[in-house]
Structures are given as C-alpha cells and as structure tokens.
Design a protein around this ligand. Structure first.
Ligand code: DON
Length: 571
C-alpha cells in the first residue's frame, strides 16, 4: 500500500472507528504535510428558519452539544415552520458521535395505528379517496418527533430536555412574526382549517389568516411542549396530551388509541455507507428509500469516468442512474421491520454493474422498456437542518409532517398539528401518492408499520472535508441530496452545494424535471438528441449544508438561496 493511501486509511479508521470498510481510491497529494484538525472548535448550523438556527446556538451557548442543538432547532421549527414539520410528525437523523467515533441513524418516523384500514382510503366506488389520505385525522400516523427529541436528549445530549426545549416554548408563548412562506401556506389551506374548530383556532385567529408583521402566538403547543419538557416522552405519549390527542382524533372520525401512543418506539438503525470517489457517504437506511437510491445511483456512477465527459453526457448518465434507482424504490422498499428489503442485492456493486450495462451512452432508455410507476408537485414542506459542533459531533436531521401543514388537523387542547404521513404508504396499490410515487406490497399499510420515506439526511466524509447535508422535496429529496453530495465531492463549498440547479428523474413519469437554468441550451439540445424529454418545475430546494474543512479547520454553513427565511451560520 502506498504511503499516502495507508495514511488515508488510518485517518478514516480514526474518524469512523475500527473495522469500517474504507475505499481509499483518491490518494492524498504527497505534499500534504498539513495537520488535519481533530475538532472544529466552533460550530455551524444551517436550518430553514433564522429563529431555529438561533435557538440551536442558544443551546450550544448553554453548554449543549450538536444533539441538544438539534432538539432546540427541531422543536423551534415545530413552532415557526409548522408547514414543514413538527411534534405532530416525525424525523430521521444521520449522526456522527465524535466521542465514540461512530455513526448512528435515529428513526423517529411515524407508525400506522393498530386500527389502520385500507378501505378508509377508498371512495364507495373503489377509487382512491385523496381527502382521507391527505386531510384530517385518518391521514395521520402516530407521531415520532416528540419521542425522538426525548431520545436525543437522553442518549446523546449534555443538557436536560427542558433546557433544549426552552427556546421553542418561549417563542410559542411570547409569539413571533410568521414569515411569508408560512402565511402563504395558511392562506392556501384556510378552507381545510375551517373544517376543524381547533385548527381554525390555531391558524385562523379571529377567523382570519394572520396579517404580515402581526405577532402570532401558539399557547396550545407551548403547553404541550412544557409537558414534554417536564415528563420527557411520557409527557406526550401518556397522560394529558395522549388523552387529548386520542379524544380529538376519534371525535373527528380517526382511529387512534392510547395504546398506539404508548407503544410508539424510536428505532436506532445502522446507517447505509457507500464509498464514492474516495468519499464515504453515510446515509439513511429503510424505512427511508432515500439512502438506498442514493447508494444505487453512486454505485452505478462509480463505473463511469464522469470527469472525462462533457456536461450533456455526464447529466445523461446521472439521469439514467436516477431512473433505475427509482424503479427499485417502487418495487422493493418498505419498513424493514415488516418486509424483507433485499439490501444485499440493491447495494451490491455487482447489481450496479448489471444496471450500468443497460445504460446506452448516447440514448435515453424509455422507462417503459424497464418496467411500471407517476409524478406530481413535490410541494415545499418538510425541513432539513445540519449541525456540526465544536467537538465534531454532527447531526443531519430531516423532519416532516408530510404535505403542506400536514393533515391540517389540530388536536383540540394540544396545539399539535397532525401529520398526513399515511399518504407515504402505498394506500391503494399502483395508485400514485401525492409525490407521484407508486408502491407495492412492501409499503402497504399495516398496524404499527412505518411508511416509506424519501428523507435522506446524510454525512459525507472525505479525507480532509466532511459535509452534513439534506433537503426537503418529497420524492425529489433523493435526487437533490444526490446532486448536493456530488457538488461537495466535486469540491464545491456549502453555498455551491445548496445553490446548484437541480434536475430529477423518478422512473415514471418518464420525463426529466428541471429547474430553470439547470441545463444550458447546448446541453438541453444534446440531451434532447439522446431522447430525453423535459418538464420545467418549481419550486425546488431548501437544502441546508454545513461543511468542515479539516485542513483549514474552517466551518462553512449555507441555507438554500431559493428561500429568504433560512440561516446558515458559523460562530
Ligand atoms: O417522508 C417523506 O418522504 C415525505 N413525507 C417527505 C415530504 C416532503 O419532503 C414534502 N416536501 N417538500
């Protein structure tokens, strides 16, 4: 083994702990006598809302670490960005624990209630009932976020839960000025809020959409967060909150029971790891489909020398790899506690070799030649934030209530807006969900099962640079995170990774969705000649990235420039 290579392996082993499989195919230049930093000594946070990023720093200043900051950021987002995530929803987090030099995946995804019944999502004529799938209590899974936050505080944080939840409680009680995005979302959903008195009470105070610049308070959620802060997980999943949640859900035609809440469990899972061009990408395992798809795409791409190709041919190969990974999404993936997901096959380099052989260098493969799926507006909900603390702990966390403002159903007396995550199951076989994703039996709803997700919180570890990355975007989460990862591996900084123009292919519909400006005229022309068709689509984004350069020991944090409300900050 060449010296530089051996040296790099040693570094990897140090970062990831003994026994990690390392691909060291990117030798470090021999001039590299530079000392790589072992801890940043300062912190970076990038989230979709300025108040949330500030809440994270507030908790770090109290002696907290990245995991305490994650509790503060996520709970504050629950208050200030309810259109995207909240304590009525769930999250997935890929984390690096500096002290143990280990990675871990925390799955606080929602689960189906025991009384889940597929017929609830059908109209009397057997057609899909999109209203019960997306609005009201039947669309809501049992929330995972409160248990997940308590889990982080208990197992990884340095501060008690109540200290990390304090900023969110304060902002909910004292009030804040909602940003334009939240006000726009409330306006869009006002007719749905009007269907349920507690939803109207929270989101339409005085019967109206709050006016821009007006202070908006959320005393109901402040109280629920206080109970969580005081009693931990039990403060949400039993006692007063649980009682009120179940009563409200059942009174409005839902089927939750106290037992559903009491039996909710956070799951820790081994993250997926894929080696790509000398970097190790640590990402989400099932019940997310995101990491599997990203791994498949990177494995396919690793057999091509992309750097030698012009842009059109490079993009063509990326699109073809996306197409193939999304076909597998539809066929194989579901909750691994319920179905056997053939991970060995999907992640195998041999499998990627086989798929690579089916890609023609100059011609798009019609998806119909590969086999069946559909696609729609990815919406702009769900939220991702990234944190690196002074000790090098890292959190990539994606939180969601699914579609804009979730189910739009607030459980009376709790201030908790419930998710509409049940639509992430294949509720009706072979009918697309709101993101146009089809699913098979593997993702059929079952009591206690977790619905498949696209969330792809990831950590990208290179010889001297590490990035914490993720994004919302429904099914486009996967391809946006992939494109962010590729930008980082190509040497891009945090601003370049979040700002890079996006494109997306999800097998069906057989069309490349593009952000205006993603391809210049010559590239569009060349891709069209190869048989690709395009559909311009907006909106994209809300990626949040923090990068640690261990040569300069500098952190770099950036929030997606497509939105105004985010904040990436280092201090
Ligand atoms: O878990 C999932 O894949 C979806 N519930 C995420 C939804 C989402 O990203 C919405 N929009 N931007």
């Amino acid at each position: 083994m060449r010296l530089a290579l051996r040296w790099q392996v040693l570094l990897w082993s140090f970062l990831l702990g003994a026994g990690s499989a390392i691909a060291a195919d990117k030798p470090i230049p021999s001039t590299q006598a530079v000392q790589l930093a072992q801890r940043p000594g300062h912190a970076g946070i990038a989230s979709a809302n300025t108040l949330a990023t500030q809440a994270g720093f507030e908790v770090l200043a109290k002696g907290g670490n990245a995991f305490d900051a994650a509790v503060a950021v996520a709970s504050t987002l629950s208050v200030v960005e309810p259109e995207s995530s909240g304590i009525g929803g769930g999250f997935m987090a890929t984390m690096y624990v500096a002290a143990g030099k280990r990675t871990v995946f925390v799955d606080a995804r929602e689960t189906a209630p025991a009384a889940v019944n597929s017929k609830d999502y059908l109209n009397p004529d057997g057609s899909p009932n999109r209203d019960t799938a997306l609005k009201g209590p039947l669309s809501a899974g049992i929330p995972g976020e409160p248990a997940g936050l308590a889990w982080l505080a208990k197992h990884y944080g340095k501060l008690p839960l109540n200290v990390s939840l304090a900023p969110a409680i304060r902002i909910a009680s004292d009030g804040f000025k909602p940003d334009g995005r939240l006000l726009g979302s409330i306006k869009e959903e006002q007719n749905n809020f009007a269907r349920w008195p507690a939803s109207a009470e929270k989101f339409l105070p005085g019967g109206k959409v709050p006016a821009a610049g007006e202070i908006w308070r959320d005393p109901g959620q402040a109280h629920t967060l206080e109970l969580l802060a005081k009693y931990g997980e039990a403060g949400f999943y039993s006692g007063e909150t649980a009682q009120k949640l179940v009563e409200a859900v059942r009174a409005a035609g839902g089927n939750w029971t106290l037992k559903d809440l009491a039996s909710y469990r956070v799951k820790e899972r081994a993250p997926l790891t894929v080696d790509y061009r000398g970097y190790q990408v640590i990402t989400a395992p099932p019940p997310s489909s995101g990491g599997v798809a990203i791994a498949e795409i990177l494995n396919i791409l690793s057999g091509f020398d992309l750097a030698k190709l012009d842009e059109a041919h490079r993009d063509h190969l990326v699109i073809e790899a996306m197409r193939r990974a999304f076909r597998d999404h539809n066929d194989y993936l579901g909750d691994p506690d319920f179905v056997k997901v053939p991970l060995n096959m999907l992640l195998s380099p041999y499998y990627a070799d086989g798929l690579r052989q089916t890609i023609l260098p100059d011609k798009a493969t019609p998806s119909s030649m590969l086999a069946p799926s559909n696609g729609q507006d990815p919406g702009m909900h769900t939220t991702h934030f990234s944190i690196i603390d002074a000790d090098g702990n890292m959190v990539a966390m994606t939180c969601t209530v699914n579609y804009t403002l979730g189910s739009t159903f607030v459980a009376a007396g709790t201030g908790v807006l419930l998710n509409d995550e049940m639509d992430d199951f294949a509720l009706v076989p072979n009918k697309p969900n709101v993101y146009g994703l089809l699913g098979s039996k593997a993702n059929a709803p079952e009591p206690g099962k977790r619905m498949l997700s696209s969330m792809s919180p990831s950590i990208v570890i290179g010889a001297d640079r590490t990035a914490v990355i993720g994004s919302p975007g429904g099914s486009t989460i996967i391809t946006q995170v992939l494109e962010g990862i590729l930008a980082v591996i190509d040497g891009g900084d945090a601003h370049q990774a979040v700002g890079k123009k996006r494109f997306h292919h999800q097998f069906m519909p057989d069309v490349v969705m593009v952000e205006p400006g993603a391809f210049d005229a010559a590239t569009t022309n060349a891709l069209t000649q190869m048989g690709h068709t395009f559909k311009q689509r907006e909106p994209w984004g809300f990626m949040n990235v923090v990068i640690w350069d261990r040569r300069s020991n500098k952190l770099d944090a950036a929030s997606d420039p497509r939105r105004e409300d985010g904040l990436g900050k280092v201090q």
